[in-house]
Design a protein around this ligand. Structure first.
Ligand code: ZN
Length: 550
């Protein structure tokens, strides 16, 4: 099957191509060098923009907390009923769309790969079953560690790093994970021992281990195991005014080792001014700019109804009184972590919400290197992923951005420097943020670009000065060379794959892990472990080897 996209302008920053007029050819699902062979299908693009399929490295699309959020938010599916069309029947929803709707809505925007950033070991089997139900997207999941009793017990006992590395390797393999996420290091566990806050150097009341120790121990584990993606960190004190100091201290704690700070917007709050809530974005962006080992995604706040769902029950417990509508869920999840679901409406007339919006945009515009910052709303926590086209316009169009700013809470307008920032993102930079850079930081060498050997995930956008309109409906989306979206409408459903990582680790750790499961966990280690055959209805995973592995 040979497919030719003729006469487009290729935007492929990974290979230095900026709107280069050339054909793109796909043979049996992979990009190949252009030939003169007769194509089975040919599309005339007449100068349309061609990019690789979008990659979202942080979006909550599967797992226990999303199902709880769906349970809680029936009104979300009433407000956004399913679209009528030959390929829907998908149940609808916006803040927490069904698995099916997640795949369809992402594909319409031109995304073909999405990573679930918070899979708990105890929920891993369910998360994988759910991801297999999402059409048109390749997926993968980051395993949440750092609040699990096994690792805190090892650290408290002064176990050698090699033993911790082996446990991390075993857990990645057993849960079919792709990377390691830490949520509020040690803090979720500390909550279970009645701590209500835990800063970087505060000790867990039971294990007497600090968040700094958890972070550095796990950074060392993924480095020594050769995990391509750095530790994906949701830091201490999410949402707490004054957490900008914690974030700065966290960056300095890495001493040059790689770290990804996720939803940085929620960790960039100062305490200046009479409201004791201010933007820490400028200080943080400055330190990110000076530390090339740090990458970030923003977790932009977008106005409207959404639902927050997080393993960080310490912060969700704090916020539960702000739930809108007034209902929430809090849960303990085995020995792994916890889970809190709190519906929330971000209001443009609220001082705090308007400033959160501005802080996110300040981060986007003040962090200089587009290869180290990623376009996210921490879906659905800051807003649904369907708002991405609007966010892209805010980044690319200064007049539009300032016009929006002028409608917000008046006091908040005086607390942000946003109006003075002249930067506008270029199309090339958007392609970096949403494709090339996520592929690079995840170690996916055959994604995020359009050179021969790349997967045939290709998106065509019709150039439009209104960037929101342009990115709302892709003209064509091809998944592995198959047309799935035409003029912004789903025309086919295909099964994606699941990206997993296979680290090498010392298997002698298994005896101790088996004992631990027998003593403390509700199932045996051999049943906890997920086989390849359980993934994607038996199709199995796509395996990435660790850096340095043979
Ligand atoms: Zn998140």
């Amino acid at each position: 099957m040979r497919l030719r996209l003729k006469g487009g302008r290729v935007l492929d920053p990974a290979n230095g191509e900026v709107a280069v007029a050339r054909d793109v050819e796909i043979l049996d699902g992979r990009i190949v060098a252009a030939t003169n062979e007769t194509a089975d299908q040919e599309y005339a693009l007449n100068g349309d923009i061609v990019m690789a399929g979008g990659i979202d490295l942080h979006s909550h699309i599967a797992g226990g907390k999303m199902n709880l959020a769906r349970l809680l938010m029936q009104e979300d599916r009433r407000a956004y009923p399913e679209l009528r069309g030959a390929f829907c029947g998908c149940g609808g929803g916006r803040a927490v769309p069904t698995a099916h709707a997640t795949g369809c809505r992402y594909a319409e925007l031109g995304y073909t790969t999405v990573f679930e950033p918070a899979m708990l070991g105890a929920n891993a089997r369910g998360a994988h079953l759910e991801m297999a139900d999402i059409p048109n997207l390749d997926t993968g999941a980051y395993l949440v560690l750092g609040n699990d009793d096994y690792i805190l017990r090892l650290m408290a006992a002064g176990a050698p790093q090699a033993q911790i590395n082996a446990y991390v390797g075993w857990m990645i393999e057993a849960t079919q994970a792709f990377a390691i996420k830490i949520v509020n290091p040690g803090g979720i566990n500390a909550f279970k021992f009645n701590a209500r806050k835990l800063d970087l150097d505060e000790a867990n009341p039971y294990y007497e281990v600090t968040p700094r120790q958890v972070l550095l121990t796990l950074i060392r584990a993924v480095t020594e195991l050769g995990v391509p993606h750095p530790i994906h960190l949701h830091g201490c004190n999410l949402g707490v005014p004054g957490n900008d100091d914690t974030t700065l201290a966290t960056i300095l704690a890495t001493e040059g080792r790689r770290l990804h700070l996720t939803h940085l917007q929620f960790h960039s709050y100062g305490t200046e001014g009479d409201r004791k809530f201010s933007s820490g974005a400028a200080r943080i962006a400055e330190l990110v700019n000076a530390n090339p080992n740090i990458s970030v995604d923003v977790g932009q706040v977008m106005f409207g109804q959404t639902v927050t769902a997080s393993a960080d029950y310490m912060s969700q417990y704090r916020n539960r009184g702000m739930a809108s509508p007034k209902k929430s869920i809090g849960m303990d999840i085995e020995l792994d972590a916890a889970c809190g679901v709190v519906p929330f409406e971000y209001r443009d007339k609220s001082f705090v919400n308007a400033l959160q919006w501005a802080i996110g945009l300040e981060l986007f515009l003040l962090v200089e290197d587009p290869w180290r910052i990623f376009l996210t709303t921490d879906h659905p926590n800051g807003g649904p992923f369907t708002t991405y086209p609007h966010l892209i316009r805010l980044l690319m169009d200064r007049d539009f951005r300032n016009a929006q700013l002028a409608t917000l809470n008046k006091v908040a307008q005086q607390h942000t420097m946003l109006a003075e920032i002249t930067r506008e993102y270029s199309l090339e930079e958007i392609a970096i943020l949403t494709r090339a850079a996520p592929a690079r930081i995840l170690g996916l060498t055959d994604k995020g670009h359009l050179a021969p050997g790349g997967v045939g995930d290709v998106v065509v956008y019709k150039e439009d000065a209104d960037r929101e309109a342009m990115f709302s409906k892709a003209r064509y989306v091809f998944k592995n060379g198959r047309l799935i979206v035409k003029e912004g409408e789903i025309v086919d459903l295909v099964a994606g794959t699941t990206h997993v990582l296979r680290p090498d680790f010392d298997r002698s750790v298994e005896a101790d892990i088996t004992r631990w499961f027998d003593d403390a966990v509700g199932l045996k280690a051999k049943h906890f472990r997920i086989s390849d055959g359980e993934l994607r209805g038996g199709a199995g995973p796509t395996i990435l080897k660790c850096v340095g592995a043979p």
